[in-house]
Design a protein around this ligand. Structure first.
Ligand code: OOG
Ligand code: MG
Length: 259
């Protein structure tokens, strides 16, 4: 094994342990200043391989920093993506144990379910044609880095902070999702109010970008996969006991109990 590959596996190991122990770790870029985006995606892939060796299944991908609100909150200005696995999917209505997280935050999202493969450069119409259903979604992000602080390469290596997601009812994609109200309430109080238009001007664009970015790592979006479009607003801290509900204009709602 060459030394770069060895280093990639070392970094994946550090992040995997931080996740399994729910214990924050220093940013990789401090100890490995030469880490670039390419290697960061390799670290992400190596981390996912570990999880799949522990019988997790790959369910799709999530997009990150598709809204200005998120870019501003985290101080980064590029689109990123991460993988979604079976242990991240939470059942709506169940109590989510907070023990497995370090410093979780919650975000309002939209999910796409594909029934066709998408690879590389696709048009907006091709992307729309590959989606059989859409749903409102809540994503739990939980950086494995101390103080939720990272560089772009750091967060990519950390699977773009992916930790959990819950989906509402799947509904028809044949509706206008370009300007859905996205109102996220915690314990009955609105904490984030936004519009789906904050996601790249129109959430469908996020799917186009997902296909393009994944192809850079030689991955195609597969039929059956779920794609999360990215948060429409800034993320909000999630605390034990919280009841979170996302209300949308015509896509229904989705809720989650943090136990
Ligand atoms: C990175 C993940 C960003 C989104 O929806 O923009 C993300 C982070 O903020 O920790 O999931
Ligand atoms: Mg997100």
């Amino acid at each position: 094994m060459d030394s770069k590959r060895h280093q990639t596996l070392q970094m994946a190991d550090i992040l995997d342990k931080a996740m399994l122990n729910s214990q924050a770790t220093p940013q990789l870029s401090l100890d490995y200043p030469e880490i670039g985006l390419k290697q960061a995606y390799q670290v992400q892939a190596a981390g996912i391989e570990k999880r799949m060796n522990r019988s997790e299944k790959l369910l799709g991908i999530k997009m990150g920093f598709t809204s200005r609100a998120k870019m501003l909150q985290m101080g980064v200005d590029d689109l990123i993506w991460g993988r979604l696995t079976s242990t991240m999917q939470l059942v709506e209505g169940d109590r989510v144990s907070m023990q497995r997280f370090i410093h979780p935050r919650i975000e309002p999202e939209i999910a796409f379910r594909l029934n066709k493969t998408l690879k590389g450069k696709v048009s907006l119409l091709e992307a729309m044609d590959a989606v059989e259903a859409i749903a409102p979604a809540l994503e739990i992000i939980d950086s494995r880095y101390a103080n939720f602080k990272f560089s772009l390469a750091d967060v990519v290596a950390d699977n773009s902070s992916s930790s959990g997601f819950v989906l509402g009812q799947w509904c028809s994609p044949k509706q206008d999702i370009s300007n859905q109200a996205m109102v996220m309430e915690i314990n009955g109080k609105p904490v984030q109010i936004g519009s789906s238009s904050a996601i790249l001007g129109n959430p469908w664009r996020s799917l186009v970008e997902a296909a393009r970015l994944a192809a850079e790592s030689d991955i195609c979006l597969e039929a059956g996969w779920i794609v999360l479009a990215g948060a429409a607003t800034a993320a909000h801290p999630l605390c034990t006991g919280d009841h979170v509900c996302l209300h949308t204009s015509s896509m229904g709602q989705v809720h989650l109990h943090a136990g």
